[in-house]
Write a protein that binds this ligand. Structure first.
Ligand code: NAD
Ligand code: FES
Length: 279
């Protein structure tokens, strides 16, 4: 039952875990996610399937500790079992028709864009990638991505690796230099996806983003994950998580994400006081 097979710290407060989930590993496609609950009395969180191995029956998840549930998850060890691990959920990314793509990963969002990079590379597309991180130690999956793309550009906010600046600085430079792409795939903080989309709109380049609003059931029933796309209500768990970046109402998604921040912070502080997870 959903045993943790491998666990690795890949950046500050950022973990990579392989979980035994044979049925999900068999079916998972790029862009899809799982909803997991570390313990029976815990809350559910969605996490993108960063990779899967059909032979081992394992699914890879990458997460940053941002609240109580990710903290509990980070304290679990190899051999521990997760209470629930449901998936694959959501629509797979539509990548088959693409010949030349620019993928952009912001921070831990790089783990979400990685399966798209892998799929595109394996299916003969030309892939350029921009990874953006706060500083050098926050860059993840650099080697895995380097092996699967034509050009890898790194940007860091503080200039400790690659180009000093945001992913949008490199994006603008590439487009200004006449580089043409069928599509841009941008995944990271909401604010990054907003500014990437504003940039590519000016150049008329189709842009897909992956939205991660709060989710509960992951089946379109609870309404928690609703987002506005071209003024229409959609549910990220069943209509997405990928959407046309030029149609997303980012300010609305960001407002909704803020709603539970205070409660989450309180819960996390209480949990941190109580001590670590025990199976
Ligand atoms: P971060 O804040 O360190 O930002 C990563 C990069 O995004 C920066 O280095 C920069 O290049 C770019 N960026 C940030 N602000 C920007 C702006 N105003 N304009 C242009 N580019 C900008 O990222 P992090 O702390 O690793 O990421 C955490 C965030 O990512 C959380 O908000 C989390 O919810 C989100 N996330 C999203 C997904 C998804 O599926 N969309 C998945 C995982 C995490
Ligand atoms: Fe409930 Fe999407 S998570 S409708």
């Amino acid at each position: 039952m959903y045993k943790i097979l491998k666990k690795e710290t890949i950046a500050p407060a950022t973990f990579k875990m392989d979980v035994l989930a044979e049925r999900i590993a068999k079916k998972a496609q790029p862009g899809q996610f799982v909803i997991l609950r570390p313990t029976q009395d815990g809350e559910r969180i969605p996490l993108t399937i960063s990779d899967s191995n059909k032979d081992e029956g394992s699914v890879t998840i990458i997460f940053q500790v941002v609240g109580m549930t990710t903290r509990i998850l980070s304290q679990m060890e190899i051999g521990d079992t997760l209470s629930d691990f449901v998936g694959p959920l959501g629509r797979a990314s539509e990548l088959k028709h693409l010949k030349k793509v620019l993928c952009i990963g912001g921070g831990v969002g790089t783990a979400v864009v990685y399966p798209d990079v892998k799929y595109l590379h394996e299916n003969g597309a030309i892939v350029d990638v921009i990874i953006g991180a706060r500083s050098k130690e926050y860059i993840i999956l650099e080697d895995e991505i380097k092996q699967r793309c034509r050009n890898l550009y790194i940007t860091t906010d503080d200039g400790t690796a690659g180009i000093k600046g945001f992913v949008t600085d490199k994006l603008k430079e590439l487009l200004d230099n006449g580089e043409e792409y069928d599509e841009v795939y941008a995944i990271g903080p909401m604010i990054m996806m907003k500014f990437v989309s504003l940039t590519t709109k000016k150049y008329g380049v189709k842009t897909m983003v992956s939205l991660n609003p709060i989710m509960v059931d992951g089946t379109g029933m609870c309404g928690c994950c609703r987002v506005k796309i071209s003024g229409e209500v959609k549910y990220a768990c069943v209509d997405g998580p990928d959407f046309d970046g030029h149609e997303v109402d980012y300010d609305d998604v960001m407002r909704r994400l803020e709603t539970y921040k205070e409660i989450e912070k309180e819960n996390d502080e209480q949990h941190a006081c109580k001590g670590i997870y025990h199976n």
